[in-house]
Design a protein around this ligand. Structure first.
Ligand SMILES: [Zn+2]
Length: 75
């Protein structure tokens, strides 16, 4: 069982939930190196990644957004 594994209780900075950083995992290593670092749980990590990707694409789209003269023609 995974529950038997040694783990740290890590608090997610985003949703403030505690989650387990199991030995050998990335979170565990990060926590070990810096207990005062900023950590987030899987759910939030996933959501943040998705937001970052969305923002990234939004930026690209904005940058490529139509030249001034075409504004008003296409929204
Ligand atoms: Zn979280």
């Amino acid at each position: 069982m995974d529950n038997q594994k040694f783990h740290y209780k890590v608090k997610c900075y985003n949703c403030k939930r505690e989650f387990n950083g199991y030995e050998g995992s990335l979170k565990y290593n990060q926590y070990k190196q810096n207990r005062y670092g900023v950590f987030c749980c899987e759910d939030c990590g996933h959501r943040i990644r998705m937001e970052a990707i969305k923002n990234f694409f939004r930026k690209i789209i904005n940058k490529k957004s139509l030249p001034q003269k075409m504004k008003g023609v296409v929204q």
